[in-house]
Design a protein around this ligand. Structure first.
Ligand code: GLC
Length: 429
């Protein structure tokens, strides 16, 4: 059994910030990665996306540079999504990038490029497979309403699909060097989706056996929580937990999986882009609650990050360039921040992230007498501070006393020109 005492998630907790990549033939449809399900497409309807997946502008080194410059320290890429299409040159199927106009294994150069930029390597791998002939039609399948397709189920052998699933995971974990993180997606048994007929969980996937295979092939690899087993990392998505996630069993951390515009796969006509300052706040919010931030990009069918994604990554990168010390290796602080602020902490360095710029002052509870210096992180400039006498009477131009132990920061009227201003408070040892 896996030794849970191993802190094999330490690198992930130190990294805090990663890139999620959803890329496949659904990028040609450009309507998100669930388009086959949502539009109930048959293989015939979907084949044109295979036939027109060219990736002719694909430059994984450019992707890796953008991720590294954004301050991301690991990446997780969809090796296969629910549609069954494989980015790598699998020997177990013809439904792979090698046989599209892209004409090659797209995963290998990506792994090499991201490793060259110093990022850790993660593989997303779908447990579902809407293309495999042995995968039964169920309540999530694109043909879930088609009686003729459902009639094929008796002839479908889930054991054969399980063998294919495990065989492909073996290919991925033996053919691409050290893999640091595997992100399976997803289980929908009675515990997760009781409303879905034909739901599948640990029995269907052979999760116990699959997890043992993963740990045997890649000792120390981090595994997520979607095998219908606890795993190492719990992975909330599309919401920010209100507090630290409850961890069970072998789970030692959590990671928020988020998108730039609500969709994972490239979605051309979706303009619901999050502002850059919101994305930075989500990153910081997670770290303040001891969580990671895995932020997604859905590249185009031609193999590029679209301009909006690039713009957001670069704006985040400008902030991270100056504020990475307030993120990497940081975690929660034992102090309650003022309203609209978050604390992250590392050793005797306390970082105050100011989400909403106040007029003139910020009052920090329980920090009186504990701070030897305060400065803005972005430019290193001093932030003046004072401890107002609790007995002080307010008058026309002077505020009254504050609770004992309160430290008051004196702030410039104008917010510094950064997405989220941060004050570093050096605590007395
Ligand atoms: C959701 C989506 C899936 C995506 C995953 C990423 O499960 O349905 O398409 O890959 O989130 O965490």
């Amino acid at each position: 059994m896996h030794d849970n005492s191993l802190s094999h998630t330490d690198w992930l907790k130190e990294a805090r910030f990663g890139l999620f990549i959803h890329w496949g033939i659904y990028s040609v449809a450009a309507r998100g990665e669930w388009v086959k399900n949502r539009e109930r497409l048959g293989d015939g309807d979907y084949d044109p996306y295979f036939a027109h997946f060219e990736a002719d502008l694909y430059d994984p080194s450019a992707w890796a540079r953008e991720a590294a410059n954004a301050g991301m320290r690991y990446f997780v890429v969809t090796t296969k999504h629910h549609d069954g299409f494989c980015l790598w040159d699998s020997q177990l199927t013809d439904y792979k990038a090698t046989n599209t106009p892209a004409g090659r294994d797209l995963l290998r150069p990506m792994v090499e490029a991201f490793r060259a930029e110093g990022l850790k390597v993660g593989f997303y791998h779908s447990l579902l497979d809407w293309h495999h002939p042995e995968f039964p039609v169920d309540g999530f399948h694109p043909q879930r309403d088609d009686e003729a397709s459902k009639c094929l189920n008796p002839g479908r052998d889930m054991a054969k699909y399980r063998s294919y699933l495990h065989g492909q995971v073996r290919e991925l974990l033996t053919g691409y060097g050290k893999i640091d993180y595997i992100f399976f997606d997803f289980s929908y048994g009675p515990d997760q989706h009781p409303e879905i007929w034909g739901g599948k969980g640990r029995e269907a996937w052979g999760s116990e056996e699959l997890l043992a295979l993963v740990r045997e092939l890649q000792p120390g690899i981090v595994v997520n929580d979607r095998l219908d087993l606890p795993g190492d990392v719990t992975t909330p998505e599309q919401y920010q937990p209100a507090g630290p996630m409850p961890l069970t069993g072998s789970q030692s951390m959590w990671e928020a999986n988020q998108t730039l515009n609500g969709t994972w796969g490239y979605d051309r006509d979706n303009y619901d882009w999050k502002p850059p300052e919101m994305l930075v706040k989500m990153l910081v919010d997670g770290v303040s609650k001891d969580g990671n931030f895995l932020l997604n990009v859905g590249p185009t069918a031609r193999g590029e990050f679209d301009d909006q994604a690039l713009d957001l990554l670069r704006k985040i990168g400008t902030w991270m360039h100056r504020h990475q010390e307030a993120v990497y290796g940081c975690g929660p602080a034992p102090f309650a921040p003022p309203p609209d602020c978050r604390y992250t902490a590392k050793g005797n360095r306390l970082f105050l992230h100011i989400f909403s710029w106040p007029f003139g002052h910020l009052h920090l509870s329980d920090l009186g007498g504990r701070v030897e210096f305060a400065r803005f992180v972005h430019d290193g400039s001093e932030v003046k501070r004072e401890e107002i006498d609790p007995a002080q009477k307010a008058n026309t131009i002077r505020m009254g006393g504050l609770p004992p132990g309160t430290l008051t920061l004196k702030l410039p009227v104008r917010q510094p020109d950064v997405l989220v201003p941060v004050v570093e408070l050096s605590l007395r040892l």
